[in-house]
Design a protein around this ligand. Structure first.
Ligand code: NAP
Length: 294
């Protein structure tokens, strides 16, 4: 058996097209152009690539981009001052601070300083609490993208046994909350979980988000299960060249799973598409309009 490929590139292109159309309508009918400020501190090469890709996607969707670059040695108070200015800038509907931040800066304090209504990453404690309480709010982009991918295979998740490996605030916990809200039965596994292969083996839906290259083996997967691989790991292959692999051993897993996301080309492109959607949602709500149903 070979699993159905869950093609994140195509699914995200469709979502980006819908967001672009909605942005166009918002500009035409209301004169509103949603704006996103990506804040990048320092020279982390991976962060720079992410930030550049985000900016390109933002302008292609017709949104306005207000990128902010700060030096590696910026102080926490300077960064907090910038966030205060962005919070009150009416042209800026979304603020995203690219993580990780340098060690002199307290990441939690920075996230807490963002106006929750502009928190398009969904990391502010208020938005995390809203998600946990089943209240509307901005939801982290990668988990949102994961659930949209799952729904291309399972329009209803009611009754499915879901296992999420990883409990970070960025991926594991919010994706588990979203699956619970969709009526899946959810287990969250982590580095202290006993006998992880047996826990995974009961999953109709397996979400791997631990940042461990190809750790989930084919033999861990229930035949026919849907597998979403969030991991992005850079490894040097046998050919001596750098490759990106996920947290799932793809070649093995695709012979057992019913459907699976590739890495790259799975969750990654959905994250950016969901960032555009969150910025549109934030702009709509800040202007007294309902969240777009896309
Ligand atoms: P993180 O903050 O490092 O969290 C990793 C989680 O995995 C932790 O909860 C950890 O458990 C768990 N874990 C680590 N080793 C494990 C093991 N051997 N067995 C079971 N659980 C284990 O990472 P993250 O930010 O959530 O990111 C996870 C992965 O997703 C990374 O590869 C990252 O690059 C990728 N990612 C991709 C996107 C995208 O757009 N595709 C976005 C964000 C992240 P403990 O809590 O017990 O330590």
């Amino acid at each position: 058996m070979s699993a159905r490929l869950i093609d994140g590139k195509t699914i995200s292109a469709d979502l980006r097209g819908k967001v672009t159309d909605a942005v166009h309508r918002l500009r035409r009918d209301r004169g509103i152009v949603p704006g996103l400020a990506v804040v990048l501190v320092g020279h982390n090469p991976a962060s720079k690539v992410y930030a550049r890709n985000k900016t390109k996607a933002v302008t292609e969707a017709g949104l306005r981009s207000f990128d902010q670059y700060l030096p590696e040695d910026v102080s926490e108070s300077e960064l907090l001052d910038l966030i205060t200015r962005l919070n009150i800038d009416e042209n800026v509907n979304g603020i995203l601070v690219q993580l990780p931040l340098p060690p002199q800066i307290n990441t939690d304090r920075v996230i807490a300083a963002i106006n929750p209504d502009k928190d398009v990453d969904g990391f502010h404690p208020l938005n995390a609490g809203r998600l946990a309480s089943g209240l509307p709010g901005l939801v982290p982009c990668t988990p949102l993208g994961c659930v949209r991918l799952v729904k291309t295979v399972h329009p209803s998740l009611a009754g499915l046994e879901a296992v999420v490996i990883g409990r970070s605030n960025i991926v594991g916990k919010p994706v588990a909350q979203l699956l619970l809200a969709e009526n899946a039965t959810v287990t969250i596994a982590h580095s202290k979980t006993n006998d992880l292969p047996s826990v995974c083996a009961r999953a109709d839906l397996l979400i791997a988000a631990m940042g461990r290259p190809e750790m989930v083996r084919g033999g861990w997967i229930k035949p026919g299960a849907t597998v979403i691989d969030v991991g992005i790991n850079r490894i040097v292959g046998e050919d001596g060249r750098a490759h990106i692999v996920g947290d799932v051993a793809y070649a093995e897993a695709k012979t057992v799973a019913g459907a699976i996301t590739p890495v790259p080309g799975g969750v990654g492109p959905m994250t950016i598409a969901c960032l555009l959607l969150n910025t549109l949602t934030a702009a709509s709500i800040q202007n007294g309009l309902p969240a777009p149903k896309i």
